[in-house]
Write a protein that binds this ligand. Structure first.
Ligand code: HEM
Length: 142
């Protein structure tokens, strides 16, 4: 199901503080990913993912910045994420299930920092947004 205008407004609002702390959020998301879903580590075997690693910080920031770009282009996600889709599907060959794991970690991270302000409706909108991003990034698989 696509994002409604209400979903888009909620996602834009929630994403303001996230985009301002892109590196810290990204590091937390990736750290949660490899801790909760250790098999995803294989995708990052060539990177140093230890705490405080410069590579972890750089990748974390890149991932959140890409999501911020998607939030700025909610009406054209395929256009905003086209190059990343080719990278993840053809070069990195990331499985659709890994996207579900990552999205879960993004939701947990955003929720953990919302100080109770993330009500179920907001959470649902973010969930729908992340699902739409994953569909675009895995669309080359089909
Ligand atoms: C919300 C979904 C995702 C977004 C927005 C995203 C975004 C990005 C971005 C922006 C880059 C850097 C591309 C570049 O340097 O040109 C990247 C690289 C990468 N991504 Fe993703 N990604 C997502 C999901 C995933 C998932 C689920 C995995 C695997 C579990 C993954 C594995 C990788 C790997 C291995 C790299 C290359 C890292 C490197 O060699 O520096 N990504 N991703």
């Amino acid at each position: 199901m696509g994002l409604t205008e209400e979903d888009k407004q909620r996602v834009r609002a929630i994403w303001v503080p996230v985009s301002r702390h892109a590196e810290a959020v990204g590091v937390e998301v990736l750290t949660r990913l490899i801790a909760a879903h250790p098999t995803t580590k294989t995708y990052f075997h060539h990177l140093d993912l230890s705490p405080d690693s410069a590579q972890l910080k750089a990748l974390g920031k890149k991932v959140v910045d890409a999501l911020s770009c998607a939030v700025e282009n909610l009406d054209d996600l395929p256009g905003a994420l086209g190059k990343l889709s080719e990278l993840h599907a053809f070069e990195l060959r990331v499985s659709p299930s890994s996207f579900e794991c990552l999205n879960h970690c993004i939701l947990v991270t955003v929720g953990a920092h919302s100080r109770g302000s993330l009500d179920p409706a907001l959470l649902l909108s973010v969930d729908k947004f992340l699902g739409s991003v994953a569909r675009v990034l895995t669309s080359c698989h089909r």
